[in-house]
Design a protein around this ligand. Structure first.
Ligand SMILES: [Zn+2]
Length: 226
């Protein structure tokens, strides 16, 4: 187990990722700590590997929101890279981007919103959490052929929540924000679609105007959100 910083090539990837958000008006936050867990593959992880389903957070890495830490399971990454016939470092980069995706949705401030306060609660559906992390990672890997290939190969072997991102491939990053502000009830992919449709219909509206419209549309409505 060792704590480490970002390697130079990773720094470049994470900078690319963060730039997407800074360009949309997000602020900066203290970066997460990165821990490499290089212990032999646990019995639990061996079971998961046997199942053939390679969901990132159960096997390859993890974002621990209370500690704001990203953990990488390096022995599992090595094993799965062999199973998928991909380079270890490329797979690790994909895992790192996914976990940074979780951290971004949790910690990156926007305007008055310092962070997503209910990140750790049960108020958001797993589809949304994994959908976001994957979509955010995709925004970077899609322009880097080798990482795109690794991302897609891994994605073929993942469960449904890890594939939700495909429905929002062409959506605005701002869509993410609107869902993040839903602190009153469970946020689902259905809400995400609703916001996304509204945004596409109102492309010239500012974020604040959009928020007001959505508040009006949903207040007291059947969705009961905001
Ligand atoms: Zn995840």
């Amino acid at each position: 187990m060792k704590v480490r910083g970002l390697y130079e090539s990773e720094m470049e990837l994470i900078s690319k990722l963060l730039y997407i958000f800074y360009a949309e008006g997000f602020g900066e936050a203290v970066r997460p700590t990165i821990i490499e867990d290089d212990n032999p593959i646990s019995a639990k992880h061996q079971e998961i590997i046997k199942s053939g389903l390679f969901d990132v957070d159960k096997l390859l890495g993890e974002y621990l929101p209370e500690q704001q830490t990203i953990k990488l399971y390096t022995e599992c990454i090595k094993n799965i890279s062999e199973v998928l016939s991909v380079n270890i470092k490329d797979l690790q980069d994909v895992v790192l981007l996914h976990e940074f995706g979780h951290w971004i949705t949790h910690k990156l401030p926007y305007g008055e919103q310092k962070e997503w306060e209910n990140y750790c609660g049960n108020k958001t559906n797993n589809d949304v959490h994994e959908g976001w992390a994957q979509l955010i990672a995709w925004r970077v890997v899609k322009d880097i052929p080798i990482l795109k290939e690794v991302f897609c190969k891994l994605n073929e072997r993942q469960s449904a929540p890890y594939k939700v991102w495909k429905q929002f491939e062409n959506s605005s990053i701002i869509t993410l924000l609107l869902l993040r502000e839903n602190d009153c009830s469970i946020a689902t992919v259905g809400h995400w679609h609703l916001f996304d449709d509204e945004i596409k219909l109102n492309q010239n509206s500012s974020y604040e105007e959009m928020k007001e419209k959505l508040r009006g549309a949903t207040l007291g409505g059947e969705l009961g959100i905001f």
